[in-house]
Design a protein around this ligand. Structure first.
Ligand SMILES: [Zn+2]
Length: 814
């Protein structure tokens, strides 16, 4: 492994020297990775000679209090005069009290107790804040007596971790070299009560996995993994997104060559603005097997950089010789390359494994940051590529197909290529170019699966065999994807307003079980292009619960949700996935004009929310949608977030649509809300509270259940809460003296607290089969509402009355 990497390294050195000389820049020798002397000292850090004894000392760090009853604290050796760690050995306890009730509830999942109170007999601390001074002041002098092995264990935990690989030394280097005092605090807690591998993290720049939030408790344990709580620092202003980013990337110029064997060679010119004074170390996100060859500043000066082994904490960081000033704009050139970021899956199919990090991207890759892109791709000449942005040119040069793509501000850049056939259609309203790409030949894995499938077929089914196996090309279905893409774009433009884009390429990807969306580009799983017979033979029937029906409309809807409108943090991701999922339902209702499919869609969504996983959890109970991917842990189950934020996020938007629906104007009010939301947040990140404010701006009088023109009641129940009401409906039809139908109804709401409010729509199925919305009952708490409603002019008794016929309210099934 390492020998082949060394060879590739040499090839890349040649390439980088070549590209530098082409640009007439003085050739310079790239620096050896990880060779910065300060970094080396931090990487090889061990205990120093300083130690103190402590007695009943409280170290408070945001919501945590470390009570050191008795013991010894040994400090690490200083690096550039800064002490960045300590080991405590003795008797101690940690109390963690998040300020938010929802976070205390989340911790309870780990502890099964009301209070988080952990005991330990040793503790490793890493910091760049005032911990050293504070501990030193507190204690009497002691002769060193701590186990240096504890420090090394903590270093190994994040370098080679099974759960999280994170270059903490690189992060500490940012503060040691920077002029900022630094506020990092990390505690490795060998807990005796809950878990032996607890990690308490405070990073003002944003903690790992949960940034932009800064405080987090996780278990770094292969068998018991969880992000148990996370929140903003107490002194962070509320309601404002902190801009912790060290830099903001403005522009990327990416030159990418992908060889036939899928080896990727890249050169990135990344232009960014320093967001604070005194920065010397800048973190980026780059796929670990893409090995950095060189980083140079404008003028060709080589820059030092960090990138550990691809199997370890390979986070990429660039080190500047001098501190940057806030607002300074710089461009650096990174030359990198390697295998594994893209895989050749056979039959002219390529599978990009590296998603948002096939180029040096922003360190906290989220869909809330926008940059412009100029991209050049060089791929084998008989291949066709679709990428984000506008195609500027495409031509064959030697053995390569070279294409140039350009885009305005986008949250991320991506591509897909292969031996594709393409068909396209131009829309006029809205003006949009929709393209559909598919490959005639299946990838090797599908071919071999089919081989197995055909061997398994019973003899009486052999007529199917020929049909299925003889025609595995997905090209004939290219039209289906194209048609669905066109119709979705038109429908969503009508419902949500114009997207930020004018082009959409729908492409197939090798992986069968998920899709992905980029600005102007979507990847649809290969199996979507196959019919249900073939999917059955491939063992892919699992997706029949709605997945195959809605995968294209879901991915297309991400052009609005996730790309045109970005999302702030993991707390808001439910909107991206949920709104995209919901978008499939008006498609079924208005394009396919199939009310049964529409109702079936919502039944499927409810079922996903209410079924138990193997850990015994129903997704709906695991936590609120705003917990996002943090909610999946070893207690709730790995898939719980997927089973929560997609269907429940969809339901939340659907419920708002249904509440806004009006007999006279239909969806107009809902459309106005969504148009306003999209227009206001085009090319910006929106938060859950931003969306709430938008709903409040457009809410109807009827929705104002608390009389304060706020939607708190609804958001507290369904967005920030886990309520699930049950309903019972009793009714009868009489005649009044004039011969008109008199409707007696009783709606009973249960399994909710006293404050739970809801608007419950009542529908009638008339004698002629039409379904009409009669109005909405207002119910509060676990109670019943009774009413007699004269249906003036209606002589024939309706066939039946129904509550929430269109699944208007997410509730327990009857
Ligand atoms: Zn999605």
């Amino acid at each position: 492994m390492s020998a082949s990497r060394r060879i590739r390294l040499l090839v890349l050195v040649c390439l980088s020297a070549l590209s530098l000389s082409v640009k007439a820049i003085e050739p310079a020798t790239p620096l050896v990775p990880n060779s910065d002397p300060t970094y080396q000292q931090l990487r090889n850090l061990s205990l120093g000679s300083e130690a103190v004894s402590v007695n009943n000392f409280d170290l408070k760090r945001d919501a945590a209090t470390f009570h050191l009853r008795s013991g010894t604290v040994c400090f690490v050796a200083p690096v550039r005069g800064k002490v960045t760690g300590a080991v405590f050995v003795g008797d101690g306890n940690m109390i963690l009290e998040p300020r938010q009730a929802s976070e205390r509830a989340s911790l309870k999942l780990l502890t099964k107790e009301d209070e988080f109170s952990e005991n330990f007999s040793h503790l490793v601390l890493r910091f760049t804040d005032g911990t050293y001074e504070e501990l030193k002041k507190s204690g009497g002098s002691a002769s060193a007596g701590c186990d240096a092995g504890l420090l090394h264990d903590s270093q190994n935990a994040l370098r080679h971790g099974h759960v999280m690989k994170y270059n903490l030394d690189g992060r500490i280097l940012e503060d040691v070299l920077g002029s900022d005092p630094g506020g990092l605090f990390v505690a490795f807690i060998h807990g005796k009560r809950y878990n032996g591998h607890e990690l308490y993290f405070i990073d003002p720049h944003g903690a790992p996995n949960v940034a932009p939030e800064q405080v987090e408790l996780m278990t770094d344990d292969e068998n018991k993994f969880g992000l148990w709580t996370s929140f903003y620092l107490a002194d962070e202003p509320k309601g404002i997104t902190p801009q912790q980013a060290v830099v903001r990337i403005e522009h990327q110029q990416l030159d990418t060559t992908i060889e036939k064997n899928a080896n990727l060679q890249g050169k990135a010119l990344t232009t960014f603005v320093a967001m604070r004074d005194g920065i010397r170390v800048i973190p980026f996100s780059l796929f670990p097997s893409l090995r950095v060859q060189s980083v140079t500043a404008e003028g060709g000066q080589p820059l030092a950089f960090i990138q550990e082994d691809k199997k370890d904490d390979a986070d990429f960081r660039v080190i500047f010789p001098k501190a940057l000033t806030k607002g300074a704009k710089l461009t650096i050139t990174t030359v990198y390359g390697g295998k594994e970021a893209v895989v050749n899956t056979g039959g002219g199919n390529y599978y990009p494994i590296a998603r948002e990090d096939w180029y040096p991207n922003s360190a906290n890759v989220s869909f809330g940051e926008y940059a412009s892109y100029n991209m050049t791709f060089r791929i084998p000449k008989n291949m066709k590529i679709a990428a984000t942005g506008d195609l500027v040119s495409e031509q064959n040069e030697g053995g390569e197909s070279v294409s140039i793509w350009k885009s305005g501000r986008q949250p991320v850049a991506g591509f897909n290529f292969g031996k594709f056939k393409m068909q396209e259609a131009k829309l006029e309203k809205p003006e949009y170019l929709v393209q559909s790409y598919a490959n005639e030949e299946p990838p090797d894995v599908i071919k071999s699966l089919l081989h197995v499938a055909s061997a398994d077929l019973p003899t009486q089914g052999s007529h199917m065999e020929g049909a299925a196996l003889g025609n595995m090309s997905t090209v004939p279905l290219i039209k289906k994807a194209l048609a669905e893409g066109q119709l979705s774009v038109q429908l969503y433009t009508d419902y949500f307003g114009p997207s930020a884009y004018k082009r959409l390429a729908i492409t197939q990807q090798t992986s069968c079980n998920y899709g992905q969306s980029w600005p102007e580009l979507v990847w649809i799983p290969m199996c979507y292009f196959y019919d249900s017979t073939i999917r059955h033979q491939l063992g892919m029937d699992w997706g029949d619960r709605g997945y195959w029906k809605s995968v294209t409309s879901h991915e297309v809807a991400h052009q609005w949700w996730g790309h045109t409108v970005g999302f702030n943090s993991y707390r808001d991701q439910w909107m991206s996935e949920g709104f995209a999922e919901m978008s499939a339902s008006p498609y079924l209702q208005l394009i396919e004009k199939n009310p049964q499919k529409f109702i079936g869609f919502w039944n499927d969504q409810r079922e996903i929310l209410l079924e138990r996983d193997k850990e015994g959890w129903r997704a709906i109970d695991a936590g609120p949608v705003t917990m996002g991917y943090r909610m999946s842990n070893s207690r709730t189950g790995e898939g719980v977030t997927r089973r929560l934020i997609y269907p429940k996020g969809a339901y939340i938007l659907h419920m708002i649509r249904m509440m806004m629906w009006d007999r006279r104007t239909g969806d107009e009010n809902f459309k106005a809300t969504m148009h306003d939301f999209v227009q206001t947040y085009t090319n910006r990140a929106a938060s859950t509270e931003d969306f709430k404010a938008m709903v409040e701006k457009h809410m109807t009088k009827e929705m104002d259940l608390e009389g304060n023109h706020k939607m708190d009641w609804f958001f507290n129940e369904y967005v920030y809460g886990t309520s699930l009401p049950s309903y019972k409906f009793n009714y009868s039809f009489d005649k009044d003296p004039a011969g008109d139908v008199l409707f007696n109804l009783k709606v009973t709401q249960s399994n909710v607290d006293d404050k739970f409010r809801m608007l419950v729509p009542i529908y009638l199925e008339l004698a002629d089969g039409r379904i009409v919305n009669l109005g909405r009952a207002r119910v509060m708490g676990s109670t019943s509402v009774e009413q007699k409603v004269p249906l003036k002019g209606l002589k024939d008794a309706p066939k039946r009355a129904l509550l929430s016929y269109y699944d208007d309210v997410l509730a327990a099934p009857n």
